[in-house]
Ligand binder design. Structure first.
Ligand SMILES: Cc1ncc(COP(=O)(O)O)c(C=O)c1O
Length: 362
């Protein structure tokens, strides 16, 4: 099995250039949260530090019920059955292992967007299946993939799939016997509405029937707890049961203190609103400065990134910004279709974002 080279290794030179800036580097190349984990979540973790027994792979019933309630409250999904919910060790592991856990292998195909988070491709390869990136469903023609990944809001582009689009995908998937998994971890960070972006499990999309559908969600970004590794998958109870069975054998379980922290996090919307407003300010500062400096921003309607172009090869854009002490991710990390864009993350302190804006204006 051939896995791609780890893409960030190719940024070493640009990183050294940016680090040599007299005002220090502004690293906007990764989406790692920089603000503190909210107190109520830290307290929940601390309160569960006596964890002498093994945790439940499937998650405790109260956690699964709280996640189902969160889907009803925040995602317009009132049919999520707590039996169809499973906590995961962050969502990257689920993305990387889902094809394997679903029993896919050689000869099977895994579909995902042409410009995408690299782990969909990695997951297909780990299973021995074939990665099949595509710009749209029509590209699949008569041979549909076994599993189709959606990512809304998208990393890296920030594009959001609307309800009508999601409904069409579900109708197509049901016609072709395709499992759809929708990775939705930036849903709360929507910039064009006060509401979260639509979910694959929204009642208006599923019509109350989650068969063949999974939504993948992570607390890493919205709740500043990427270090906890706290996420979940929900949807079709039969598929989730299959995942639980294998994960029991493989010891893939979320530690008990993290399950308790996750329970506290999904029950509280206030800290998410506070974090969203921090990112909104950083986004406005950065966006205004980039546009004034001649950069064009596409999509970026939600999520933690500005998908930006100066109509030149992305590596030239990375090098130019590195000269200003700003490190960003080249669009070609996310597929060949991204080769004229760069992805600029909002995940830096107010002070660093202000420094980047000042340098862009200079
Ligand atoms: C689209 C997408 N999915 C999944 C993840 C993984 O998040 P985590 O493993 O922290 O839950 C990320 C992280 O950047 C992401 O951008």
């Amino acid at each position: 099995m051939k896995l791609p080279d780890f893409p960030w290794d190719s940024l070493a030179e640009a990183k050294a250039t940016a680090a040599a800036h007299p005002g220090g580097i502004v690293d906007l190349s990764v989406g790692t949260p920089v603000d503190p984990t909210p107190e109520l979540i830290q307290r929940a973790l601390q309160g569960a530090s006596d964890a002498h027994g093994y945790p439940q792979v499937w998650g405790t019933p109260d956690l699964r019920e709280a996640i189902a309630a969160w889907f009803a409250r925040r995602r317009g999904a009132t049919y999520v059955d707590p039996d169809g919910v499973l906590p995961t060790i962050g969502s990257k592991e689920l993305v990387a292992w889902l094809p394997t856990l679903l029993g896919l292998g050689p000869g099977d195909e895994v579909g995902f967007p042409a410009v995408a988070y690299p782990t969909y491709d990695v997951g297909a390869r780990l299973a021995g299946a074939t990665p099949r990136p595509a710009q749209g469903l029509l590209e699949y023609g008569p041979k549909a993939p076994k599993l189709l990944w959606l990512n809304t809001p998208s990393n890296p582009t920030g594009a959001v799939l609307g309800l009508e689009h999601l409904k069409k995908v579900v109708a197509w998937a049901r016609q072709h016997g395709v499992i759809v998994a929708s990775d939705e971890c930036y849903a709360e960070l929507s910039w064009t509405s006060d509401e979260p972006t639509p979910s694959l499990l929204d009642d208006r999309v599923t019509g109350g029937d989650p068969t063949g559908l999974l939504a993948v969600y992570s607390m890493s970004k919205q709740s500043n707890l990427a270090g906890y590794r706290a996420a979940f998958v929900a949807g079709d109870p039969a598929l989730v049961k299959q995942l639980v069975e294998i994960r029991k054998h493989a010891g893939m379980m979320v530690p008990w203190p993290v399950q308790r922290a996750l329970l506290a996090a999904v029950g509280d919307d206030e800290h998410v609103a506070v974090q969203k407003s921090r990112y909104a300010d950083r986004r406005t500062t950065l966006r205004t400065a980039l546009e004034a400096a001649g950069w064009r921003i596409e999509h970026s309607d939600a999520g933690l990134y500005l998908w930006t172009t100066r109509e030149e090869p992305c590596r030239d854009s990375v090098a130019a910004l590195a000269q200003q002490g700003i490190l960003v991710a080249p669009g070609d990390f996310y597929g060949a279709a991204g080769q004229r864009h760069v992805r600029i993350a909002l995940t830096a302190s107010d002070e660093r974002i202000a420094a980047a804006a000042e340098r862009l204006r200079a």
